[in-house]
Design a protein around this ligand. Structure first.
Ligand SMILES: [Zn+2]
Length: 201
């Protein structure tokens, strides 16, 4: 398989993280299969989401550290459970919220005065690179849950698509993750209709 093309259509870091599981050619595909993938995705995600806080870390835990990769995957599962429930207006799992809360305890915000007399938020340093990543991702989920308009969190309307997004349109009428996905859904629908109306021979 080629190196994965990441998608950034979620309008929130936590949702773009969930969206590293995609459906391509009707098959579910995980774009994060290794610590190297996570590092590539994280670099790209920080370009898109420039307000992600900088969380200092003491050491890089290395590409071979499988436990840290599993921690990243576990967080993604938790965030999917939470935000799928939100999108589908189901009850959010207590266990998922408890797991998210645990990761949020990795760091603590503090206030510092910057050179221009502006007060800025700084985060206490964590032990390793992957802790800095999972903390930042959990923080994005926390902010979306507590400050976002939860009615604007949706699944893409294409039933074959598993992407989630935060609708930032003024009219709050976004239905699709992308125009490409909308077009695929509509042509599939036209195909079904054509088949349904075709005479039996
Ligand atoms: Zn879609």
């Amino acid at each position: 398989l080629d190196a994965p093309e990441f998608v950034f259509v979620g309008e929130a870091l936590a949702l773009d993280f969930i969206n590293t599981e995609v459906v391509q050619r009707r098959r579910q595909r995980d774009l994060l299969t290794s610590r190297v993938d996570v590092a590539r995705w994280w670099d790209a995600a920080r370009q898109v989401h420039s307000t992600v806080p900088v969380v200092p870390f003491a050491r890089d835990d290395g590409d071979d550290d499988h436990t840290s990769f599993e921690v990243v995957q576990h967080l993604r599962t938790t965030l999917r459970r939470i935000f799928s429930a939100v999108a589908e207006q189901r009850v959010i799992s207590d266990a998922a919220l408890a797991h998210l809360s645990t990761i949020l305890q990795l760091s603590t915000p503090a206030l510092e005065r910057g050179g221009d007399n502006q007060v800025q938020v700084v985060y206490q340093g964590v032990a390793t690179w992957h802790e800095a990543v999972v903390f930042s991702l959990a923080l994005s989920g926390f902010q979306l849950l507590t400050e976002g308009d939860l009615r604007r969190i949706h699944h893409c309307r294409n039933t074959r698509c598993i992407l989630l997004f935060y609708d930032t349109t003024r009219s709050a009428t976004r239905q699709w993750c992308s125009l490409g996905c909308m077009n695929r859904a509509r042509s599939a629908q036209r195909y079904q209709q054509t088949k349904a109306h075709a005479p039996d021979d």
